[in-house]
Design a protein around this ligand. Structure first.
Ligand code: FAD
Length: 318
């Protein structure tokens, strides 16, 4: 079932969903199930699975020589989605990127999903590879998520890259895209970012999932601004409980989001990461309850590969 159908069916109640990461190469599917199992009692209508593009690593060859190698450290997004749908009978949503994909790769990826009975995707640009400052699309790839949305929407209309294909079957993907309450790091202003978010919707996206935020006011203002700009699709809030002291610097650096003073002070006063985890869980519960009261369609949690914190939050909220 599609995300928008799940939201319609919920009839105004806030649902629970979460995002997982594929395990590092060499780990098993059981490590994924171990994280998902404790969260199934909260009836997620869908589970998102992130996509991780290739990275460049340097291997020592001896005598000071280095060999540049391309590796994917977290492969398996599509396989994990199929395994989730098979085991839990819930919708699994693969993230799909512009980065590292030609249009042909994208089309083939979408055909695989369609054949597997996966009818939801989250369409993203992806970040620059670690060795580069700016994002670079493939030679025949997409530069922005809005272009990727257009390609998916074309396939939904039966338009493949090869114009010679006649009477081709139509896919039926429900498309999610990313939104940034505190603006995307490269956007010159929030207005500019919302302008391009609107383009993703115009090109066919059905809903927005937000970047994590720790101050609900930022989400409420973002939704208000989007509505003023004529964006009417559901805007799903993305939440992450803080769990280590290191994240005080890592989260603003990596995701360009601010942490409220009150949260920072509480975390700084913690004597161990166990205490930080407790603070993070309590903060996220308070955020979740307020969002729930305001009638958000779904609360979407970033598990980052660990379900214990999310389980505690879900027990208190759902
Ligand atoms: P876009 O929508 O393409 O926007 C990128 C930037 O370009 C923005 O600043 C935007 O304002 C600007 N822009 C857009 N269109 C134009 C245009 N036509 N001209 C000029 N400027 C333009 N990353 C992963 O690698 N894997 C994942 O699984 C993943 N999942 C994510 C899930 C969510 C919910 C979120 C919020 C992010 C996720 N990311 C993931 C991170 C994401 O890939 C990065 O934030 C990336 O830098 C931007 O992706 P986007 O889809 O928002 O890009």
């Amino acid at each position: 079932m599609k995300v928008i159908e799940h939201l319609e069916k919920a009839n105004g109640a806030s649902l629970f969903s979460f995002e997982i990461l594929p395990p590092l190469k060499g780990d098993t599917i059981e490590s994924i199930f171990k994280n998902i199992d404790p969260l199934m009692e909260f009836n997620p209508p869908f589970i998102d699975v992130t996509y991780h593009r290739e990275e460049y690593v340097y291997k020592e060859l001896g005598d000071g020589l280095l060999k540049k190698q391309v590796v994917k450290k977290r492969p398996g997004t599509v396989g994990i989605c199929a395994a989730i749908q098979n085991k839990y009978q819930v919708d699994a949503i693969p993230h799909i990127l512009c980065g590292g994909f030609t249009k042909e790769d994208t089309e083939n990826f979408l055909i695989d999903l369609d054949f597997l009975g996966i009818d939801n995707v989250v369409a993203l640009r992806g970040d620059a590879v670690k060795s580069e400052t700016y994002f670079k699309p493939e030679k025949d790839g997409h530069a922005y998520a809005s272009e990727l949305v257009t390609q998916i929407e074309n396939l939904n209309k039966g338009r493949y890259l090869d114009d010679d294909l006649q009477n081709s079957s139509k896919t039926d993907f429900c498309i999610g895209v990313a939104g940034y309450p505190e603006k995307h790091m490269e956007a010159p202003s929030l207005d500019s970012d919302i302008h391009f978010l609107k383009k993703k919707i115009k090109n066919g996206a059905n809903y927005v999932i937000t970047q994590m935020f720790f101050d609900n006011q930022k989400y409420f203002e973002f939704v208000e601004k989007c509505r003023e700009e004529g964006i009417t699709v559901p805007i799903i809030p993305g939440l992450k409980p803080i769990s280590t002291k290191k994240q005080l610097n890592l989260i603003p650096h990596r995701f360009k989001v601010d942490l409220p003073d009150a949260l920072v002070k509480e975390v700084v006063n913690c004597k161990s990461n166990a205490e930080v985890r407790q603070v993070g869980v309590e903060w996220c519960i308070a955020q979740s309850k307020e969002l729930q009261q305001k009638g958000v369609p779904i609360l979407h949690y970033y598990s980052m590969g660990r379900s214990t914190n999310i389980q505690k939050i879900a027990e208190a909220v759902f």
